[in-house]
Design a protein around this ligand. Sequence first.
Ligand code: ADP
Ligand code: MG
Length: 248
Amino acid sequence: MKKIIIGEHIVKSFGEGDENLNVLDGASIDINEGEFVAIMGPSGSGKSTLMFALSGMDNIDGGKVIFDGNDLSSVGEVELSDIRRTKMGFVFQQPTMLKNLNILDNIILPSMRDNRKNVAKISEKARELMQRVGIAELEMRDITQVSGGQLQRAGICRALLNNPKIIFGDEPTGALNTKSAQEIMDIFSEINAEGTALMLVTHDAKVAARTERIMFMLDGKIVSELKLPKFDGTNIDGRVGKVTERMW
Ligand code: ADP
Ligand code: MG
């Protein structure tokens, strides 16, 4: 199976001398094209740092990250930012959005940088995505006039606008109530069914149980993994049970 990401013995440290902390301490991880994975682990185990390393958001101190065939430490700044903009999408606990722009403009803004002439086309694609995730009627709204779940949907539209090969999510449901979280997971499942890989960092066994491989981190390394069949909408309780059994 073709890998979208190969991470080998990644080392990342913060601080110096006695204060030096190896936050990633030889972490290795592979993700297949189109795969849906979750990263779990105690707070401070290095999950977010790993996501930053794999997505080229942060440089690393040792090891290697190959993204879609490119060694991220040997590509130049411009190429790296191209790769990130065209092949990766990011969803965080809460999307960062500009208060003086409406929802639609917030969604299309990052894509406008190299597509100034294509406003109409990009807006059309954004509207399609908004329709899909159920926020079509909100395009003109100010970002302060929508709920957390709706804002997260807008964040997902923004992440999907360039047809990325993978979506990285750092606690994407962490700020949502159970119902909204489930709806967001339904959207992620759909996106995955269409071939996009997803890597979600989560504390929530219910979220992890929707994926097909859960990797557990401890002290800057992936220490074990649990494989599950692709989620088909059934046996969620059984899946959650399996995840919970393996949690620290
Ligand atoms: P997780 O996402 O698993 O909770 P993180 O990857 O955010 O963990 O952080 C792992 C450790 O690295 C924590 O001890 C955190 O304080 C430290 N850390 C993360 N980012 C920085 C930074 N920019 N500077 C210093 N320490 C950091
Ligand atoms: Mg984190």
